[in-house]
Design a protein around this ligand. Structure first.
Ligand code: TPP
Length: 513
């Protein structure tokens, strides 16, 4: 056997060599990307993952090639919508063009393109492609007319707006639809920002539409009393409290989501924005705009929610209020899986489209800091703030090096309780102990400074009202260390589903009685 390196390696100029080298590494690094893909999948984000591969002739043979991961595509099958591999240069144009068509059509989700090193080195004539045209899916006129008739005749209709509205850039169309018909809106956490929270027709965000929180959840009651719920780009992962007693007019680009929730559904398969725009004239024709304004009911429900919130005296409430006062409205906030993050899903007020980011149902601890860096690169003129717990921040804190290297000026708030606090509390509540959830942290101010970033420290979480604007003015990567104490589950007295689940009962013999 020859000890010479393979031809593709010796023939490469330096730049190609470094690219190929990185691709090779990515063959293994693909595994590191799975957590981010999970998140992108949960939030229906169009993400292109370009991954390397081992040399073409060794793929699938289990010969132990450096960085070999057998059947990479299989590993990410359930985290991607489409996967393609270009083995040689002439296969690249189709693979890339199809990857983009997949991301831009139907329900957006991550896609994978794999390239072995030869695809970046060999020279071949290739046929470049124009981007594939993508047309919007819109329900037909009979379906739109029928939906308009049902909505026009309803007694208490309600719009439930999900992340699909934002994905289709349908925020203005949603506000127009609500205003033209006087139909109030509840958003899911993915739908936050699709209508301004301060809009008089907006009830707010409903994180838990089902479960014991409903007792005090005014939004749950609002949904329950509606006779027609208009779902727009929402997966209703927590159910539709109005249930079979109501009609669900369900607008979704993903036709697998349309009718699986309840039998009494009028499915409208289509892009959220295009369908709202197409539906509006039919609604006007059916005189759906003649209903009395629900603004008083919305105001009353919001007052009641605030009244309960203040009465509960949860430590999150005054901190969230202080942060809200300190944060510019146009700032993009990326919330990690921290206790303030849970609270933000219902309580943080969003008045600008696409300024609220969370990890959706994946609840992916640690995703927020790198995501915030990505948001800042995409929107350099908008302030970007990452809100993480100490545990979550430490998952990806090495990315501070990337932030400093490229001048990505994200402000990161690290809520420090030296603990995986959320888990510690649940363990203690249910199993009488915190079981290795305490953390040994660096001094976050010194940690930031050691990277060449700025480190600040709050005396009290409420200091964030002044510290965040100050940090944003510094135009630098900033870490704000915020010590805080124990925290209850939001609305603790009302939460019970956890207690009710059988697996929360310790097995016999595990815990001494
Ligand atoms: C990748 C991943 N691992 C574990 C968990 C489980 N989990 C949820 S919250 C949490 C603790 C978070 O700790 P921290 O970031 O310090 O925030 P805190 O709860 O203290 O506010 C853990 C481990 C998760 N959601 N995601």
């Amino acid at each position: 056997m020859s000890s010479q390196p393979p031809l593709w390696l010796t023939a490469m100029p330096a730049l190609q060599a470094s690219l190929v080298w990185q691709w090779l590494f990515q063959a293994v690094v693909l595994l590191n990307a799975t957590s981010g893909l999970t998140n992108a999948y949960a939030r229906s984000s169009p993400v292109l993952l370009i991954a390397g591969q081992i040399p073409r002739g060794m793929i699938g043979k289990n010969l132990g090639a450096v960085h070999q991961v057998l059947d990479q595509q299989e590993i990410v099958r359930n985290l991607t919508k489409w996967r393609g591999r270009a083995l040689r240069p002439r296969e690249v144009p189709y693979t890339v063009s199809e990857a983009f068509r997949q991301m831009r059509s139907g329900r957006p989700r991550p896609v994978l393109v794999e390239l072995p090193p030869e695809a970046g080195v060999e020279q071949e004539d290739v046929q470049l492609r124009s981007p594939a045209p993508v047309s919007n899916i819109v329900p037909n006129s009979d379906q739109l007319r029928e939906a308009a008739r049902v909505i026009a005749q309803s007694r208490l209709p309600l719009i439930f707006a999900g992340g699909g509205v934002a994905r289709s850039d349908g925020e203005e169309a949603l506000v127009r639809l609500a205003e033209a018909t006087n139909i109030p809106v509840i958003t899911s956490s993915g739908g936050k920002g699709t209508i301004p929270d301060r809009h008089p027709l907006c009830y707010g965000s409903c994180f838990s539409a089902r479960g014991e929180r409903q007792e005090m959840n005014q939004l749950f009651e609002v949904m329950q009393s509606s006779d027609v719920v208009i779902g727009i780009g929402a997966r209703f992962s927590l159910g539709n409290p109005a249930g079979e007693a109501s009609t669900l007019v369900n607008i979704n680009i993903d036709d697998t989501e349309l009718t699986r929730l309840q039998a009494n559904t009028l499915p409208l398969h289509g892009d959220a924005k295009a369908t709202m725009e197409a539906l509006l004239p039919y609604l006007m024709e059916a005189e759906a705009g003649d209903r009395p304004s629900p603004v008083e009911a919305v105001v009353a429900a919001r007052r009641l929610i605030a009244y309960y919130d203040i009465g509960l005296r949860e430590p999150q409430y005054p901190v969230m209020e202080a942060m809200q006062r300190g944060l510019p409205e146009e700032a993009i906030i990326v919330w990690d899986v921290t206790q303030f993050g849970y609270y933000a899903r219902t309580h943080y007020q969003v008045n600008h489209p696409k300024t609220y980011i969370d990890s959706g149902y994946s609840f992916n601890l640690g995703y927020a800091f790198p995501t915030a860096l990505g948001a800042k690169v995409a929107k350099p003129d908008q302030p970007v703030v990452c809100m993480a717990g100490d545990g979550g921040f430490m998952f990806n804190s090495s990315e501070l090096s990337t932030a400093v290297k490229y001048g990505i000026n994200v402000v990161t708030v690290v809520f420090r309780n030296d603990s995986y606090g959320n888990v510690a509390r649940d363990l203690d509540d249910f199993f009488s102990g915190t079981y290795e959830t305490d953390l040994h942290n660096p001094d976050f101010v010194k940690f930031a400074e050691s990277f060449g970033a700025v480190g600040l420290r709050a005396d009290d979480p409420k200091d964030l009202e002044t510290l965040i604007p100050h940090a944003l003015e510094l135009n630098a990567p900033v870490i704000i260390d915020v010590p805080f104490g124990d925290m209850p589950i939001p609305r603790a007295p009302q939460i019970a589903p956890f207690y009710a689940l059988p697996w929360t009962q310790p097995q016999e013999g595990l815990i001494p009685s």
